[in-house]
Design a binder for this molecule. Structure first.
Ligand SMILES: [Zn+2]
Length: 297
């Protein structure tokens, strides 16, 4: 473990240009951000590749759990702010330009805005947060430079370097909460950052943690995306439903906090409400409202 920590530290000292996380070992405490620094004994730990993934996919269940007095933590992986020193591919620059259009009214800093949105959403769900110091895929080198690449195969460098760091960080976070359930993305839609978190989740399941996988929304609502993803996963998976009839409004309110994303993801707030409700109805087979989670059998 010490080897890994020192390697990580060394890489991080090379500066912002590198995509490497700086959160292993003692550096972890310095570089991650926690909402409460609490000694809370979490019963539920959710892994979110990006800001917004957990409220979008699991908001109803998180709200139900925290309402029932079960503490929940949301760990967001790609929370690192890319400074001006981070080289942008034309694709990354174009994505930022699109975000700026929707964020213009809120100020020039798109990342600060996204953090505020995340805090507001999680406050609504009653969950605490931990932010890890990883850069989003579009800033990790030049290869994820198109939609096809971003939703395609993982780079060997990600599998070789980032994945072990990520797995180690998740294990460190989970270790004091052995009884907790850990929730990872199923990686429906195959976004590379979701795939990395998913593989790390499978590893923690193999180590004996209680792991469930959530359906990445809104990707999961698109035609055959869910079935295709489930078919790709080598393990056999079994679904289980969580009733969110009492907390759908909390979920919708939390998602509404992401003002910068609603247009891109749904085409606006009204469409978001319709799509969230419609998918929850679909998942519940028309009998109420539900979210679906999958476990390895
Ligand atoms: Zn995401």
């Amino acid at each position: 473990m010490s080897d890994q920590s020192s390697t990580t530290q060394k890489v991080s000292e090379k500066g912002e240009q590198r995509f490497a996380p700086t959160i292993n070992g003692t550096a972890f405490q310095t570089h991650s951000q926690h909402s409460a620094r609490s000694t809370q004994h979490y019963q539920h730990i959710y892994i979110s590749p990006h800001f917004d993934d957990v409220p979008l996919s699991c908001g109803g269940q998180v709200a139900a759990q925290t309402r029932a007095g079960e503490p929940a933590l949301v760990v967001t992986v790609c929370s690192r702010v890319p400074t001006n020193k981070v080289k942008r591919t034309p694709f990354a620059a174009q994505m930022e330009a699109e975000w700026r259009v929707t964020i213009a009214a809120n100020g020039p800093n798109i990342y600060l805005t996204r953090r505020i949105e995340e805090e507001n959403a999680l406050r609504r769900l009653g969950a605490e947060h931990e932010w890890l110091d990883y850069l989003d895929a579009i800033y990790r080198g030049k290869a994820y430079n198109s939609d096809a690449a971003l939703f395609g195969k993982l780079l060997p460098a990600d599998l070789k370097r980032v994945l072990p760091w990520l797995t180690s960080d998740f294990a460190k976070i989970a270790a004091p909460h052995r009884q907790a359930t850990l929730y990872f993305p199923l990686a429906v839609g195959n976004h590379v950052d979701h795939q990395l978190a998913h593989i790390a989740g499978r590893e923690l399941a193999a180590r004996g943690y209680h792991v469930l996988f959530y359906e990445d929304f809104p990707y999961a609502s698109r035609s055959d995306a869910l079935a295709e993803r489930v078919a790709q996963i080598p393990d056999q998976l079994l679904p289980t439903l969580t009733d969110i009839s009492a907390t759908l409004d909390d979920k919708i309110a939390a998602i509404a906090a992401y003002g910068s994303q609603l247009g891109v993801l749904f085409g606006g707030a009204a469409a978001m409400r319709d799509q969230v409700r419609s998918y929850a109805t679909h998942v519940a087979h028309g009998d109420g409202l539900a979210e679906r989670y999958w476990r390895i059998v």
